[in-house]
Ligand binder design. Structure first.
Ligand SMILES: N[C@@H](CCC(=O)N[C@@H](CS)C(=O)NCC(=O)O)C(=O)O
Length: 224
């Protein structure tokens, strides 16, 4: 059987989830960098999102489904534990993070730095100021969630932790988000401990691709 292929840019938090799942399970994989909506991605994912996965003649999309497939297909530590309650707790946090935390912390806060829609390409202060109360509230919720055992589900590292760590990585590196996480003692300790895992270290993303600002476009037009 050929190696698992993880298709998508390594800067994507969700691509990193799929890669970390491979690393935690000890599954050999090939990363095939590809942009959302590129032909390689659209060949598998009807909505063009990354990651997509190929394993022999089996193709799959959605990071949660990919993590579950890897967990059931391969030996190695369980990413979704057998215990029904811990499994349900794992699913609960994946779902909550994907529907709420990702939207706040990455698509809104992170993107206002990485892909600002401002005319001069500077971070979008209006968006940042508007979203920070929600970022702080969610950091506080996550801080409480990991306070008991140091993990999101049960007392072991699961797919729920894999799913959250790539988000914290970006937020921690931004000024307001970094300060919010630093003030959350349980979440900071959680991050530091899990950031030491080989699966996290081996998947550190390169810097995000720089998007052209309106000012860049004007400069390029003037130079043409
Ligand atoms: N629910 C999907 C979300 C994947 C996702 O939104 N990926 C982003 C990159 S981090 C993407 O492809 N965005 C492009 C788009 O939404 O069109 C998953 O878990 O795989």
């Amino acid at each position: 059987m050929p190696n698992v292929e993880i298709i998508g840019f390594p800067q994507s938090t969700y691509v990193r989830v799929a890669r970390m799942a491979c690393e935690e399970k000890g599954v050999p994989y090939d990363l095939k960098p590809a942009a959302p909506h590129s032909p390689e991605v659209l060949a598998i994912h009807p909505f063009g999102k990354i990651p997509a996965m190929r394993h022999g003649d089996f193709e799959l999309f959605e990071s949660k489904a990919i993590g579950t497939y890897l967990d059931r297909m391969f030996p190695g530590p369980r990413l979704i534990p057998e215990d029904p309650r811990i499994a349900a707790r794992t699913e609960q946090w994946i779902s909550a993070v994907n529907t709420v935390v990702d939207r706040t912390m990455i698509r809104t806060y992170g993107f206002s730095y990485i892909f600002p829609k401002t005319a001069d390409g500077q971070p979008d202060r209006t968006v940042i100021d508007e979203v920070m109360p929600a970022v702080r509230e969610q950091v506080d919720i996550l801080d409480k969630a990991v306070a008991g055992t140091g993990y999101l589900a049960g007392d072991q590292f699961t797919l729920a932790d894999i799913n959250l760590m790539p988000i914290l990585y970006y937020v921690r590196n931004l000024p307001e988000g970094g300060a919010a996480i630093a003030a959350a003692k349980n979440l900071s300790a959680y991050y530091e401990r899990n950031a030491a895992r080989p699966s996290f270290k081996n998947t550190i993303p390169p810097p995000p691709p720089r998007q052209q600002s309106k000012a860049d476009e004007r400069k390029a037009e003037a130079a043409a």
